[in-house]
Design a protein around this ligand. Sequence first.
Ligand code: HEM
Length: 441
Amino acid sequence: MELLHNLKNNPASKFFFFGLFLLALALFFGVAGALQYLIPGLFKEDLSFEKVRPLHVTAAVFWIISSAIGAVYHFMAERNEKPIFSKTLLNIQFYLLSSSVTLILITYLFGIFGGREYWEFHPLLAIPIGLSWVLFIINVFKSIGSFKKLPVYIWMWMTGATFFLFTFVESYLWLIPFFRSNIVSDMTIQWKSYGSMVGCWNQLIYGSGIYLMDKISGNQKYSYSRIGFLLYFLGLFNLMFNWSHHIYTLPTAKFIQYIGYGVSMTELIILGRIIWLWRSSLTTAKKNYHLYSYRFLLSADIWILLTLALAIAMSVPAINVYTHGTHITVAHTMGATIGINSLLLLSFIFDVFKIKEKISAERFTFAFFTLNISLFIFWVALLVAGVLKADWQMHHPEILFADMMLELRPAFFVFFIAGTGVAIGFYMIIYKIVKHYRILK
Ligand code: HEM
């Protein structure tokens, strides 16, 4: 009852709860997929890897999107000290989004596909998602009020919201024969739109991160700072051009690829630096008062560093030739979506739900370290599997694929065990959130 009451008073938190539900599903299917690496053909009849992978990836991507929307709505209302423009639009947006994502997952279970990698669902289901996004844009812009002297996070939210719709539509251009008739331009557009979409949700998340950091500090240091706006403009440039590093293997102009990669790394360096500077400016009292959000922000910073190191290595063309199509790419993607995006989102959720005094510090610390240490081992195991596969791809094509996969088994075993640790860490944190949350007002 209390939950329903709170949801009614705080409509934006629906997006967080739906996000957490999707995260729980993503973890379940992630562990199932990792088990299928170890036992090829497991659950082949009803839940083959061809179903498990999209179930996992779609649930993971929409955990990020739904919670990022929740953060923007919640922080916008908090900043303006009044409710967002339209609760009705918000509710329609939520039901459109949540019912289409649920339908997508159900269609996967029945083996109904029709889309492309990452968006494997039937293209018809993209329509309600696109519509729900139109409502989001209206609500964000109408809630801003005065456009004078806006803080950087509002620019980030407006940009992320607007460009996402544009790139989402773009990712469906392949439905028009003109665009899919030429394979190189078809793939270029495809990867451009995916790269940009990630750039868009990063704008929503990084903007919320800056808002939260200033809120914890009790000042507006980064909201109007030069470094904050530098991050914004780099992010904007990045969401237009970072796609270029996805197409190293396509015959397109090299300079575009190098610019794209350079910018995406600079963006991470700046974000990492903001969190680091912010951390050193905080008093111990503030750190303790916002302990849980603070810890997630700090661990995201460490993951920014690790992701950067890997991204720099992968950007060297001679290395990229090797890493392409291996588990190194998966390590890069999961390192960023778990280590950076998911940890930042958890820091927002802990702040919004005011989970502080009720939660046991020891249990939280246990869950937090289980998650982070397992994630590091999980990531290293993927890198090792990737290096072994790259060696096979480039130097031992005479070895059968099945034999090569057998050689990767020890790395997959560690991946599975550590992945289970990641899932347990997350489940403990989800449980704490659902059990102890207490929403503003
Ligand atoms: C917050 C949690 C997670 C997020 C956001 C996430 C995200 C992703 C993403 C975006 C991909 C696509 C990677 C690519 O194609 O490059 C992926 C693939 C995958 N993930 Fe996760 N993941 C999470 C947790 C887990 C866990 C805990 C496990 C295992 C125990 C796992 C196992 C897998 C597997 C097996 C794949 C498929 C890789 C392939 O296609 O070979 N994930 N995940």
